[in-house]
Write a protein that binds this ligand. Structure first.
Ligand code: G3P
Ligand code: CA
Length: 240
């Protein structure tokens, strides 16, 4: 099982910053998860929300600000990174899950530009995910070999059968499932279907022993966590 730092090592460092990604690597994560948006001048930047209000000392929509404007602000001393800078930091081999944040602001252009960049940066170690499954299907149209993931949230309840069909047609690599929904009938159905079809199971956000034991029982391929050290320790003691 692999441990990915959710927005880096976000339990201890400012989320989705180069510092947070560096610390995830230092503290033993196998990979990182991050979120991407497009700026007004079409740069791919790493941030969770559509605005910078929650995480930076400024306010405004990322889609309405240039990279230069965004760089006037900081998150606990850290500037907003571009996806390219993250790839430069982590090098050509370190694993990464890039989440396309197209569920609030739809953007084929973000998908197109992100796919283009990933293809230049050893795509085999990259998983591209999104709650907006249309973005994932578009990414598949752009490239037949990328590792693509359907991310699941409450908006997908009641659509499971249709999603399963699309997964097979599009050659989906993994189902990225919310661990907080463990025990729900639809989760169990998705996990069983994934196992039958050779689709990998990824759980987010696994931050404690109980959720980690569930992930181990379900033979997850990846757990995405805010608590890199803690989850790494639980996994190590499980393997001993
Ligand atoms: O990729 C898993 C997880 O990050 C999805 O939820 O809201 O933290 O981006 P969120
Ligand atoms: Ca995310």
């Amino acid at each position: 099982m692999l441990v990915y730092g959710h927005r880096g090592y976000s339990a201890k460092y400012p989320e989705n910053t180069l510092l947070s990604f560096q610390k995830a690597i230092e503290y033993g994560a196998d990979g990182i998860e991050l979120d991407v948006h497009l700026t007004k001048d079409k740069k791919i930047v790493v941030c969770h929300d559509e605005t910078i209000d929650r995480t930076f000392n400024g306010s405004g929509l990322i889609s309405e600000m240039t990279l230069e404007e965004l760089r006037r602000y900081d998150s606990q001393g850290q500037k907003i990174p571009t996806l390219e800078e993250v790839f430069d930091l982590i090098g050509p081999l370190f694993k990464i899950n890039v989440e396309l944040k197209t569920d609030v602001i739809e953007s084929d252009e973000l998908v197109f530009r992100t796919v283009k960049l990933i293809k230049e940066r050893n795509p085999d170690r990259v998983i591209i995910s999104s709650f907006n499954h249309k973005s994932i299907l578009y990414a598949r149209e752009l490239d037949k070999n990328l590792k693509l993931a359907f991310l699941f949230g409450e908006q997908h309840i009641g659509k499971i059968k249709e999603i399963e069909k699309q997964s097979v047609e599009a050659g989906i690599f993994s189902y990225n499932l919310p661990v907080y929904a463990k025990g729900m009938a639809e989760m169990d159905e998705l996990i069983d279907f994934a196992k039958d079809q050779g689709i990998k199971i990824v759980f987010w956000t696994v931050d404690d022993k109980e959720d980690m034991e569930y992930a181990i029982e379900k033979e997850a391929y990846i757990v995405i966590t805010n608590e890199v050290e803690k989850i790494r320790e639980i996994l190590t003691s499980h393997l001993e």
